[in-house]
Design a protein around this ligand. Structure first.
Ligand code: ADE
Length: 229
């Protein structure tokens, strides 16, 4: 699976790419993440990427030429036949959930276009027709954190990225029926007077499965009744 991230702040990704599951997936050649700086597609002396909005108003707007030219160059780069699925991160997009994550995981290459400032020149949308995705009804300073959320959730579904040990099948929202995950415990068995539910220590796998099923339902009813509808 290949991700191309188009951003004004590629350095924001370096810590994230160098840790844990993603780091291992990259080392094993299962996931490839390329960073592209939109500023490299400017041709003026100041390398400007933004300007004041026509019609007035606060803030700055990302200009169409560097953004569109960056996307076109990255898409057409010689090292990939697959032009990729273009995602634009913005609070105006369809809201990310596990079913959209699964849909995105069906692509072999995804381009993630991160916005900044007050928004984009809307002609970027007209020309590129991106799949616009939001990670929730709140406003971030830019699309970078949202792009990391997309990479993080999608790469979990890439075959072999997770070992059997921590496979994604039991995750909340991936479980049959899309319920929340059941409660988990580990050692010590008793801590600060709190005991682990005895059934989990019983060794009876059928009973344990039933308890987990019920706990999943109980939690979902309490925390996210909307998921049961
Ligand atoms: N950029 C700013 N806010 C965002 C959000 N909620 N989701 C995706 N991209 C964003």
């Amino acid at each position: 699976m290949r991700f191309d991230v188009l951003t004004l702040f590629p350095e924001m990704f370096t810590g994230y790419l160098g840790e844990s599951v993603l780091k291992r997936a990259i080392e094993r050649g299962l996931v490839d993440v390329r960073l592209h700086n939109i500023r490299d597609w400017t041709d003026d002396k100041h390398h400007s990427v933004d300007d004041r909005p026509f019609g007035g108003g606060p803030g700055m707007v990302l200009m169409a030429p560097p953004v569109v030219e960056c996307v076109e160059a990255v898409r057409g780069s010689e090292d990939s036949e697959d032009k990729g699925h273009l995602v634009l991160l913005s609070p105006q997009g369809r809201r990310l959930d596990q079913s959209i994550v699964e849909e995105l995981a069906g692509h072999r290459r995804i381009l993630l276009l991160c916005g900044r400032y007050e928004g984009f020149d809307d002609r970027i949308r007209t020309i590129l027709r991106p799949d616009e995705i939001s990670i929730g009804d709140y406003v971030l300073n830019g699309g970078e954190v949202a792009a990391m959320a997309v990479i993080d959730s999608v790469m979990r579904l890439v075959p072999d990225v997770l070992g059997d040990e921590d496979s994604s099948g039991e995750d909340s929202f991936s479980r049959p029926g899309g319920l929340l995950e059941y409660a988990q415990y580990t050692r010590p068995r008793v801590w600060r007077d709190l005991e682990v539910p005895p059934v989990l220590l019983s060794g009876n796998h059928q009973e344990i499965a039933r308890w987990r099923e019920e706990d999943s339902r109980r939690r979902t009813r309490q925390r996210r009744p909307d998921l049961l509808e």
